[in-house]
Design a protein around this ligand. Sequence first.
Ligand SMILES: [Zn+2]
Length: 267
Amino acid sequence: MTLGTLAAFALTSVAMVRLRADSPAVSIVPAGLECLAKVYGGRTVPAAPKERSDLSRFLILSNDTRILWDDHIDKSFDEKLARPDLEDTLSIPYPLTDNYLPLSINFDPGRFRSMALLKAVYGDTQSDVKKNLTSITWAPSGKKIRFNRQLGAAAALQQVGKQLAGMNGVTRYVKNLGGTFNWRVIKDTNRLSPHSFGIAVDINTTFSDYWKWAAPGLDPLPYRNRIPMSVVRAFERNGFIWGGKWYHYDTMHFEYRPEFFCTSDEK
Ligand SMILES: [Zn+2]
């Protein structure tokens, strides 16, 4: 290659890079945003050609609610709990394995929740959520329980119940539930609990462990769990995450969050 062709080659490369950067076809939607759009039945706004930054990206739900993907604010753990953008909510991947221990400090996949998303999908107020509740039969007890019908949450829970009812040795953990729908804030916070939206279920409280019940002042928190992994897997197969895989553990708690199973969907 002569100096002349080298220069021509270099020029062509620069031109190609420019072309690519200006072409809307190269606007790549972040995988997490794509997953949310797929799971929550929404679409994404492509980045505007002139302002190619994540600030122009939104998740747009079927009811036209627009939720910002990335606010570009660096947040502490507590700030992410209080004010996560969509990107923050997915910033800790949920471990789909039985070998999830040890859990590092603040490893809480799923505890950052977008209130805007939950309200848009499951109901904005207590009465809106109640209109979306449906009654299903919980197979391990035969009792009726209320859960949100939106996004297939109630149907998914019904499936979990059927699978658990067919398993040996798990009845005592799942027969008497601690609760499902309950419009309330999370203990010692002003944040709405996922139970408020009818998308979370607490199994038998007798066998549950909660980080706030652990001896105070210990750092790191001592982990404790008595729930068998077979129960956990039945929930996970149907799109529920488990509070036992959190550093701030809550082992009776299961929550319908299908966005954490996007990759495992594509079997
Ligand atoms: Zn709970």
